[in-house]
Design a protein around this ligand. Structure first.
Ligand code: UDX
Ligand code: UDX
Length: 460
């Protein structure tokens, strides 16, 4: 089958950048990204590229080069399905918030809706590609829906999980460690491999069975998150023993069997994937009665929750056991630098805990809007919107304003610009003693001490 038209359902953090790169590298293929969210599609089509719904270094340039040439953003889902030979499903798969598996299992309702929609519309053969991260064996469910409700056309189902990390999405897509394609039709696999081979070397395109591909994605995320929880567990021990977590990370990371990446101790991992995928893995293991396997992976989440909680507990304890009525300046709200994504960001949970203790919080983040911060807190449902509005006083445009008169600074995201601030000026305008709680080990302790700050970091 020759692929002339590709459709991707879901114009999110995964669908948007991935399809932009596919379009850029395959100028002869028309790529249409569709989404039910009209506002999001309008933002993707905005002439002002700074208004794209997703911030990723390098993304705007690729969109500028390809948009309305061979990359299109649209809400006409059925039309795009109809005219495409290959359809990517890249809709979100959040943790279930209701019913069986609540708080653990992945909610597959959007994926199922997509499959039903494709079955209803398709009158020609299609290759359907799972791009969303899905529980192992989901392809079976998609296949069953397509074959039982379709119009007697042939559907091949492939699993092609995306390994990009936010903030480096474009770089990760252009130079992937590997591209993974799982499926049982060699022809379909080769079609998809052909698209990637426009820029990815053959030896990096791995072909597996569909279940291995689905499970590899969950496994990769679980292993990465496990490394962070492991180093964070050690950070607590470091704080009590006089060891230094950065020295420990460096020492173990130089062992080529361990490797240096993903050993950065922090206030806790966030992001849309790690927690969701591990909870999902735990749920699947329990559903097969593999309780030891489930407990093993669940501990990664337990440790991460502990790390977030421990950060705010330490802040409160150091501020003489009360933050009631005190202004705490937070730097960063995104779950990591170079993204405007806040899903599961540690900042949300730390802010929530401090608000419970009646602190007044003032946040600055270079890419996250005030309304997003408010809605993240409202989503937790622990306070009324008015209470959140009162507690999260000034999420201002200027970091200096956010920190004026604050009792403490909490660094939540490792944005580079935080390092180059005028910390002497910040110190001068804060209440004394002025505390810094550096959840990312971003600043230099001796420099901060020299200015006059009481400085606390992670694992030192
Ligand atoms: C992705 C993956 O697809 C998910 O499985 C992975 O584990 C996390 O990342 P992401 O791109 O980050 O999701 O999600 P999001 O930014 O929420 O984008 C999903 C888009 O799908 C949204 O714009 C939403 O409007 C759209 N959508 C959802 C549809 O178009 N149709 C639906 O039925 C449901
Ligand atoms: C992750 C995976 O890396 C990616 O392959 C997958 O496709 C989606 O999930 P992402 O969540 O975008 O990507 O970012 P990542 O860089 O993995 O960071 C996740 C969280 O871990 C962030 O909060 C980050 O700050 C934290 N982290 C990361 C640490 O605390 N320490 C580290 O050493 C690395």
């Amino acid at each position: 089958m020759k692929i002339n038209n590709i459709c991707c359902i879901g114009a999110g953090y995964v669908g948007g950048p991935t399809m932009a790169v596919i379009a850029k590298k395959n100028p002869n293929i028309k790529v249409t990204i569709v989404d039910i969210n009209e506002l999001r599609i309008a933002a993707w089509n905005d002439n002002d590229l700074s208004k794209l719904p997703i911030y990723e270094p390098g993304l705007a340039e690729i969109v500028k080069d390809t948009r309305n040439k061979n990359l299109f953003f649209s809400t006409e889902i059925n039309k795009a399905i109809q005219e495409s030979e290959m359809i990517f499903i890249s809709v979100n798969t959040p943790t279930k918030t209701y019913g069986k598996g609540k708080g653990m299992a992945a909610d597959l309702k959007y994926v199922e809706l997509c499959a039903r929609n494709i079955a209803e519309i398709a009158t020609t053969n299609k290759i359907v590609v799972e791009k969303s991260t899905l529980p192992v064996r989901t392809a079976g469910a998609i296949k069953s829906i397509l074959h039982n409700t379709g119009n007697d056309v042939n559907f091949d189902i492939l699993s092609n999980p995306e390994f990009l990390a936010e903030g480096t999405a474009i770089e990760d897509l252009l130079n992937p460690d590997r591209v993974l394609i799982g499926g049982d039709s060699e022809k379909a696999i080769n079609c998809l491999a052909g698209i990637y081979s426009s820029w990815v070397p053959q030896n990096k395109i791995l072909k597996t069975n569909v279940w291995s591909s689905e499970l590899s994605k969950l496994t990769a995320n679980a292993f990465l998150a496990q490394r962070i929880s492991s180093i964070n567990a050690m950070s607590e021990l470091c704080e009590l023993t006089g060891a230094n977590i950065e020295e420990v990370s460096k020492a173990i990371g130089m062992d080529s069997r361990i490797g240096a990446k993903f050993l950065k101790s922090s206030v806790g991992f966030g992001g849309s994937c790690f927690q969701k995928d591990i909870l999902n893995l735990v749920y699947i293991a329990r559903s097969y009665n593999l309780n030891e396997v489930a407990d093993y992976w669940e501990q990664v989440i337990i440790m991460n929750n502990h790390q977030k909680r421990r950060f705010s507990d330490r802040l409160i304890k150091t501020l003489y056991n009360t933050v009631s009525g005190k202004k705490i300046g937070m730097l960063g709200w995104a779950f990591k630098k170079d993204t405007n994504d806040t899903r599961e960001s540690a900042a949300i949970y730390v802010a929530d805990h401090l608000l419970n203790e009646q602190a007044m919080i003032s946040v600055y983040d270079p890419k996250v809007s005030c309304s997003k911060m408010q809605s993240d807190l409202n989503y937790l449902g622990n306070r009324t919107e008015e209470e959140n509005h009162k507690g999260l006083t000034t999420c201002v445009d200027s970091p200096y304003e956010a920190l004026n008169d604050a009792h403490a600074v909490a660094i939540m995201t490792e944005w580079d610009e935080f390092k180059s601030y005028d910390w002497k000026k910040i110190y001068k305008n804060m209440k004394k003693p002025a505390f810094i709680f550096d959840g990312r080990n971003l600043l230099d302790k001796s420099e901060m001490n020299k200015i006059g700050f009481e400085y606390y970091s992670i694992g030192k």
